[in-house]
Design a protein around this ligand. Structure first.
Ligand code: NAD
Ligand code: ZN
Ligand code: ZN
Length: 380
């Protein structure tokens, strides 16, 4: 089968790899119909995440079940499914508590909890930017969807970023009527903005510097804030009569930079600490990965960042962090899409054949104008 394979910094090829297959009785084999490129893939693509050459990328997957193992009873051949990016067992302590993003069984690496497809340090699972994907614990992990191809571009957001955006808002302690500031108008930030709107936010500020991304924020009735036009904290303070916001969502991660392009991983968290009210809350879903001394890729960046903890403490704020437990949100979000009350596909800018993945990664990596979210279409 064909797959998108990492060959070194900013180098991918679409090539033949051994076919994915059922390996355990609880596995399913999914024929991929749509698989997305994610900002998280760029951590590996740009060489920040110490990923091995030969890795097949792809953790945002959906498709049709081709085959199931003998231990799979709920999911059937022919079912249309969304595959949460978390590979979870369904029965460990974390899974029992609803934290599938911290599954204690599926990542064999010492000291690591939580696994994902096609991702550095997230277990041995091949990604789905390919014709087929092996899905462990299929009965637990797979979300079934109505048959056919309706809502394909909305449903493909259910594997990661729509749940992740919602999670960012939930981690902030959001309540209906709150004002929210979201750092980053990438796909994750825009999904957080869409979520906050659906959840009943009074006003949603979305901070970025890319005009095309800020325009999308305006299209969903949010207030764009261009940080290249001046201090975003001051802009939000001015717009709120000095009150600031109740909640903040960090959707940038360790590549946060100032308007000249200099990277400052602490910048977005510091901005939120300043703009969120006393006793307000902050949800961090942008990825900050700790330094792994054994990994030269990760070692190029420190996991330890200096941020304004003093102000955070003085203001009595709360913070929630981490990878999103997709299963907590994806059923509800699927039904919101079916009811016409959510339409996350507004961020999709490109749908291209899998064979064009290297070119699409290049555009998305450069944040080229208009390349907001790219969907890859395998042809098997
Ligand atoms: P992206 O890189 O496309 O978007 C990030 C955006 O942040 C860009 O538009 C960039 O211009 C903007 N930005 C940079 N510096 C900024 C600053 N100082 N202030 C405001 N905006 C700034 O990526 P994405 O796909 O939207 O993902 C965002 C983050 O979310 C990444 O770190 C990704 O790894 C992470 N992520 C986390 C989870 C999770 O489960 N927690 C899941 C998916 C993605
Ligand atoms: Zn993703
Ligand atoms: Zn588990």
């Amino acid at each position: 089968m064909k797959a998108v394979v990492y060959q070194g910094d900013r180098t991918l090829s679409v090539m033949d790899v051994p076919d994915a297959s059922i390996e355990e009785p609880t596995d399913a084999l999914v024929r991929i119909t749509t698989t997305n490129i994610c900002g998280s893939d760029l951590h590996m693509y740009e060489g920040r995440a110490g990923v091995d050459e030969g890795t097949v990328f792809g953790h945002e997957n959906m498709g049709v079940v081709e085959e199931v193992g003998p231990g799979v009873t709920r999911v059937k051949k022919g079912d249309r499914v969304s595959v949460p990016f978390n590979v979870a067992c369904g029965s460990c302590r974390s899974c029992n508590e609803g934290w599938t993003s911290f599954c204690e069984r599926t990542n064999p690496q010492e000291g690591m909890q939580g696994a994902a497809y096609g991702y550095a340090n997230m277990g041995p699972y091949r990604g789905g930017q390919a014709d087929y994907l092996r899905v462990p614990y299929a009965d637990f992990n797979l979300l079934t969807l109505p048959p056919g191809d309706e809502h394909e571009t909305d449903f493909t957001m259910l594997s990661d970023i729509f749940p992740t955006g919602w999670h960012g808002v939930a981690l902030s302690g959001f309540r209906a009527g709150d004002r929210v500031a979201i750092m980053g108008a990438g796909p994750v930030g825009l999904m957080a903005a869409h979520s906050a709107r659906i959840m009943g936010a009074q006003e949603v500020f979305v901070v970025d510097q890319h005009p095309d991304r800020l325009r999308l924020a305006r299209e969903i009735d949010c207030t764009p804030v261009d940080f290249s036009a001046g201090d975003p904290v001051q802009q939000i303070m001015d717009a709120t009569g000095g009150k600031g916001v109740d909640r903040g969502v960090e959707a940038v991660g360790w590549q946060a930079h100032d308007s000249t392009g200099d990277e400052h991983p602490e910048l977005t968290i510091d901005n939120l600490v300043q703009v969120v009210k006393v006793h307000g809350g902050i949800g961090v879903v942008g990825v900050f990965v700790p330094k792994d001394p054994d990994s030269p890729g990760v070692g190029a960046k420190e996991g330890r960042i200096g941020w304004d903890y003093g102000t955070f403490f003085t203001k009595g704020q709360q913070m929630g962090t981490g990878q999103a437990p997709v299963k907590r949100y994806n059923r509800m979000q699927r039904d919101l899409i079916l009811d016409g009350r959510a339409a996350p596909s507004f961020i999709v800018s490109h749908e291209v054949p899998l064979a064009e993945a290297p070119d699409a990664y290049d555009h998305f990596d450069r944040r080229d104008d208009g390349w907001t979210k790219v969907l890859l279409k395998p042809s098997a």
